[in-house]
Design a protein around this ligand. Structure first.
Ligand SMILES: NC(=O)c1ccc[n+]([C@@H]2O[C@H](COP(=O)([O-])OP(=O)(O)OC[C@H]3O[C@@H](n4cnc5c(N)ncnc54)[C@H](OP(=O)(O)O)[C@@H]3O)[C@@H](O)[C@H]2O)c1
Length: 317
């Protein structure tokens, strides 16, 4: 049971990555400000979280089943919360998708939206009536810089994150009237199982329906570049958890929080030219025309930062 003054925080997708690290960081708060309900769709994966939770398990951290794609799962989880309320929800559960669009079926694309858009919408709809009644609440969404700036061969994933950005940006205005805050956490690449799952998926695909030239660009140009970007600019899940904890702890939480300073110029470029040409052509040139220069820049960046984005030595503040 949450003690007096403790905030009840429900996090989705805690079996691995950012969700797992955030659950552990919040539960380990020295001031014990948080009562964490760390949820996952498949409880057979709870071992890693239990181990990381250590002494906080069943004290400040409680594990529960929740699949964001099913109404019944959400209702059942929320009705089992002993505290009877959720003060902060972190919509972290998400799935990725990369590859030539011609090789992806509409059904496959819908599954991405089922989790990344409708999964979040389902959680928000379930929690809003009570938050509005109590005139208090904080809705946090693990978005991405790809929710602001499209990335080649990430078309469907970007669309799902743009969609949740638009949904939340619209909702945030109404909710302020009820003293409910909405915050989008927007990381760049993060070194979790996320990238590995995508690589595994594409390694098994024959890309049916895509022409050989597109497949060649995807495999020989995009995949190596993407790997280099994760190696150079990828943050640790702990860094993202720390950034999220900072936003959660704000008296008046911000709407947007980008965790990776290296992405600031890329996002600024989008707003610097409202024709969109600057971004589209810069990304095109970087990937297809100046590949060698791009590789050299990443290597230099790796040397300058001593790979500390990977090791988490650079704070996201
Ligand atoms: N890694 C990155 O580069 C990066 C960058 C920006 C934003 N993000 C976002 O950060 C969030 C967390 O990703 P991550 O990097 O930590 O990847 P991850 O390690 O793959 O974690 C994703 C989590 O979401 C869960 N999940 C997927 N579908 C679900 C569903 N229907 N219901 C409940 N949980 C579900 C997964 O559970 P299972 O184990 O059961 O699959 C897993 O626990 C995602 O929203 C992602 O889009 C990631």
């Amino acid at each position: 049971m949450a003690s007096d003054g403790q905030k009840v925080v429900l996090i989705t997708g805690c079996s691995s990555g950012i969700g797992l690290r955030l659950a552990v960081q919040l539960a380990s708060d020295p001031l014990k400000r948080f009562h964490v309900i760390a949820t996952m769709r498949n409880l057979s994966k709870k071992g890693k979280l239990e181990e990381a939770a250590g002494a906080t398990l069943n004290k400040t951290l409680h594990i529960a089943q929740l699949d964001v794609c099913y109404d019944e799962s959400v209702t059942q989880c929320l009705s089992s919360i002993q505290a009877g309320r959720v003060d902060i929800v972190v919509n972290n559960a998400g799935v990725g998708k990369i590859g030539p669009v011609e090789s992806l079926s509409i059904e496959e694309m819908k599954t991405i939206f089922e989790t990344n858009l409708f999964g979040v919408v389902r959680m928000i709809k379930a929690l809003l009536p009570d938050m509005k009644k109590r005139q208090s609440g904080h809705i946090v969404v693990m978005s991405s810089v790809i929710g602001l700036q499209g990335v080649v061969f990430n078309d469907v994933y970007a669309a799902s994150k743009f969609a949740i950005e638009g949904f939340c940006e619209s909702l945030a205005v109404q909710l302020l009237k009820f003293n409910i805050y909405v915050s989008m956490i927007e990381p760049g690449p993060v070194n979790t199982e996320f990238e590995m799952k995508l690589m595994e998926e594409v390694s098994q695909s024959e890309f049916p329906g895509a022409d050989p030239v597109t497949v060649q660009y995807f495999k020989d140009v995009y995949l190596p570049a993407s790997h280099d970007i994760f190696m150079t600019m990828g943050q640790t899940p702990d860094a993202i958890a720390q950034a999220t904890m900072k936003v959660i702890s704000m008296e008046r939480p911000v709407f947007r929080y980008q965790t990776n300073v290296l992405y600031t110029p890329l996002i600024a470029m989008k707003y610097a030219d409202n024709t969109g040409n600057l971004s589209v052509r810069t990304f095109y040139n970087l990937l297809f025309n100046h590949g060698t220069m791009f590789k050299i820049s990443l290597t230099l960046l790796r040397i300058i930062t001593c790979n500390c984005f990977r090791s988490g030595e650079i704070s996201p503040n």
